[in-house]
Design a protein around this ligand. Sequence first.
Ligand code: ATP
Length: 378
Amino acid sequence: MAAITLEKLTKRFGPDTCVVDEVTLQIEDGEFLVLVGPSGCGKTTLLRMIAGLEAPSSGDVFIGDRRVTKMPPGKRDVAMVFQDYALFPQMSVRRNMGFGLTLRKTPKADVARRVDEVADVLELSPLLERKPSELSGGQRQRVAMGRAMVREPEVFLMDEPLSNLDAKLRVQMRAELASLRQRLKRTTVYVTHDQVEAMTLGDRVVVLRDGLIQQVDTPQRMFRRPANVFVAAFMGSPAMNLAEAVVLDGGVSLAGVEIPLAQGSAVRALEGRNVIVGIRPTDLRTASSNGSRSDCAVLRIMPEVIEDLGSEIHVRFAARADAVDGADLGGDDLTERARRQFTACLDPNTRVTTGTPLDLLIAPGDVHYFDPESGERI
Ligand code: ATP
């Protein structure tokens, strides 16, 4: 087992394109670290630099105390699981899984024993003589995992290993990965754009944007205390509701409603200025589901779209911003979309119809505040 250290790791494609920008990160021994971010933010490039498949423009990669920056992939003791599994079609499952060891001239009996052990863990034993074309997507995915595990590498690197599976299989494989992760306790870097995978698999999560780290944190802290507007809008589904609001004396005015500020809140010092207010859809509650809390602000909404998912109801409505609409939220589709329309996730028993006003409660402690210029959390 080994820790991974990245020091100012940078990748440029040409003089103007910096896709990974001075990333410095310590991945602990045995940690499962998830890299997330929108398409093109540099996740795969970062992973490929750790694997040795891409040469950094500058900076360093250490595995344990070895500086591996210039070392070829085969010498790094990492195993990579790709999105497309990259199995050899002409080889049986057994030969695919044992390939890495055979290459290293491991005695045949040892290869067979190790493949049998791993096949047992992954429930692949009955399939060992089949070819990849005779397997389902989920089984192929397990063979790809098995091939990585057979080698007992110090480090696992996984690039969206579940992305080619259909929704149901994906959920099943995610659960299998989670249990495997508990048992193996190997240092793993896992790339995904699926935040459910990030939330459920990661010991810690790294959110990347344009090659820059936005936040490194446990999934829970990332969700509860996003460091900036970008992370706030990216983590969580449906996305956090974001809107500009004006700070008043002891409160913040949002869509004509005053949300009280907690004692000691740093926002109190910003009276007369604009802030960005963030409220998770699950933190907008109806009066009945929230008991009789008196400290809540009441937001009267006009439901525009109602989606009944069975387990919860999503209600969309327009939230008129009170502030001058001048804040730069980063210009992403994500944040732009999020601030035009609000969503509330309500209890499935809520009586709600389009065009009939509904009162929603906002508890002051559930509200996030961000600086409209920098986007940073206040
Ligand atoms: P996705 O989630 O879509 O896979 P990603 O976050 O993994 O995206 P990367 O594949 O790391 O992103 O790519 C980051 C950026 O670098 C993209 O804008 C991509 O177009 C660019 N890029 C990647 N490889 C090259 C290359 N060989 N030459 C030029 N640009 C490249």
